[in-house]
Design a protein around this ligand. Structure first.
Ligand code: 3JN
Length: 340
C-alpha cells in the first residue's frame, strides 16, 4: 500500500540550500512524516523553524538514516561521498545536490522538465544527482529548442550570484560594500578576490585545460542530461556582485533553421519557463525580479545572423530554488508519485 507520509532527512540543513529546502518543503506541502535536520559538528545543536516548530539540528552520523525514506543532501561533496552511500544502504533514497555523483554512469542526473524518465535509475545505487545550478537553468530553457531544432553548439557565459558560493560569500559582499562606503579596506576571504563592485572570471578551481571546474560541470552535465554526447558546449563562468539569481548569456547553433518568433512561442508553453521578452519596453529577466520565483526566465531572444542557424538568449533563475532545492524537491515529488 502507498504511504501517506514520508520520512525526510535534510543533510546540510543549516546552509543556504538547506534552509531553502525547508522553505520549499513547507510551501509545497510535501507529505512529511518525520523531518530530520542534519549538519556537521559546527552547526549541530542549533534549531531551525519548520511549519511553526523549532526543530533540532542533529549530527550527521552513521545512525541517522534508519527509517528515513528520502534524503535531501547539500552538505558538500566530501560529506556526500561518505554519507550518501551509507544512507542509501539504510534504505533511504538520496537526492544529492553536490558534484560527487553527477557523472557516475549508474547514477541519474535529473532535471524534471528535461529527463524525468531517468529517475527510474535511482534503483541502481539509491542515489539521484541534482545538477549544478548553472546547468539546470540552461537545460530547462534549451530542452524544447533542442527537441525541435537540434542544438549543435552552445556558447554560454554566466553571471553568477554570490549565494552560489554559500552564506560566507553573501556576508562578504555585504561587508565589503559597507567597508568601501566607510573608506575601510574590504576583507577578502570566501571568494578569490574582492567581489564588491567587481566581476570574477573564476568559479571553483582551475583545471589543466584552462577552464574552471564550474565551466566543465556545465559542459559535461549538459551532455549527460540531454543524453547527447554530440552537443558541443563551451562555457565561461563569472561571479558578479548579486546576492541571488544566476544569469546566462547563451548563443546556440542548430541543425534546423531557427526562428526567434517560433522560439518565443515554443518557450511560452514550455514547463518551468516564463518568457519575459519585450526589450523596447524594458522587459527582460533580471535577478532582482527572479529571486524567490520557481521558473526559469528567458528574454532577449534574437537571431544571430553571423552563422546559418544561430540564436541568442538571456536566461535567469533563482540559483537556490530551481538551481538547487526546488529541483531536488520536484524530483522527490516524482519519486513518491511514481516509485515509493
Ligand atoms: O558557485 C556557484 O554559483 C555554484 C556552486 C556550486 C558548487 C560549489 C561548491 C561545491 C558545487 C556544485 O554544486 O557543483 C560544489 C560541488 O558539489 O562540487
Amino acid at each position: 500500500m502507498k504511504k501517506k507520509t514520508y520520512n525526510v532527512a535534510v543533510a546540510g540543513a543549516t546552509g543556504v540550500v538547506g534552509k531553502e529546502f525547508l522553505k520549499i518543503l513547507e510551501e509545497r506541502r510535501f507529505p512529511i512524516g518525520e523531518l530530520r535536520l542534519l549538519a556537521s559538528e559546527k552547526s549541530a545543536g542549533t534549531r531551525l523553524e519548520f511549519m511553526g516548530d523549532a526543530l533540532p539540528v542533529r549530527l550527521l552520523d552513521e545512525e541517522t538514516f534508519k527509517g528515513v525514506d528520502i534524503g535531501l543532501f547539500s552538505p558538500g561533496a566530501s560529506v556526500s561521498a561518505l554519507h550518501a552511500p551509507r544512507a542509501a544502504k539504510a534504505g533511504c533514497v538520496v537526492i544529492d545536490n553536490t558534484s560527487q555523483f553527477r557523472m557516475d554512469p549508474l547514477i541519474p542526473l535529473v532535471v524534471p522538465e528535461v529527463n524525468p524518465e531517468a529517475i527510474a535509475l535511482y534503483k541502481n545505487k539509491g542515489i539521484i544527482a541534482n545538477p549544478n545550478c548553472s546547468t539546470i537553468q540552461m537545460v530547462v530553457a534549451l530542452k524544447p529548442i533542442h527537441d525541435r531544432y537540434k542544438i549543435k553548439r552552445i556558447v554560454v557565459s554566466t553571471y553568477q550570484a554570490v549565494s552560489g558560493a554559500g552564506k560566507e560569500a553573501m556576508e562578504e559582499l555585504s561587508e565589503q560594500v559597507k567597508s568601501l562606503f566607510n573608506m575601510k579596506e574590504p576583507v577578502v576571504g570566501a571568494l578569490p578576490h574582492r567581489i564588491a563592485f567587481n566581476c570574477l572570471p573564476q568559479i571553483d578551481s582551475f583545471l589543466d585545460n584552462g577552464y574552471t571546474k564550474e565551466e566543465m560541470k556545465m559542459v559535461n552535465e549538459t551532455k549527460k542530461i540531454f543524453n547527447d554526447d554530440s552537443i558541443k558546449v563551451t562555457a565561461t563562468t563569472v561571479r558578479v556582485p548579486v546576492f541571488v539569481g544566476h544569469s546566462e548569456s547563451i548563443n546556440i547553433e542548430t541543425v534546423k533553421p531557427i526562428d526567434p518568433d517560433d522560439v518565443r512561442k515554443l518557450l511560452k508553453s514550455a514547463p518551468g519557463v516564463t518568457v519575459l521578452d519585450d526589450p523596447k519596453n524594458g522587459v527582460y529577466p533580471m535577478p532582482i525580479d527572479v529571486a524567490d520565483q520557481d521558473d526559469t526566465f528567458v528574454g532577449r531572444i534574437r537571431r544571430d545572423d553571423t552563422v546559418p542557424n544561430g540564436l541568442n538568449l538571456w536566461i535567469v533563475a533563482d540559483n537556490l530554488r530551481k538551481g538547487a532545492a526546488l529541483n531536488a524537491v520536484q524530483i522527490a515529488e516524482i519519486l513518491i508519485r511514481d516509485y515509493l
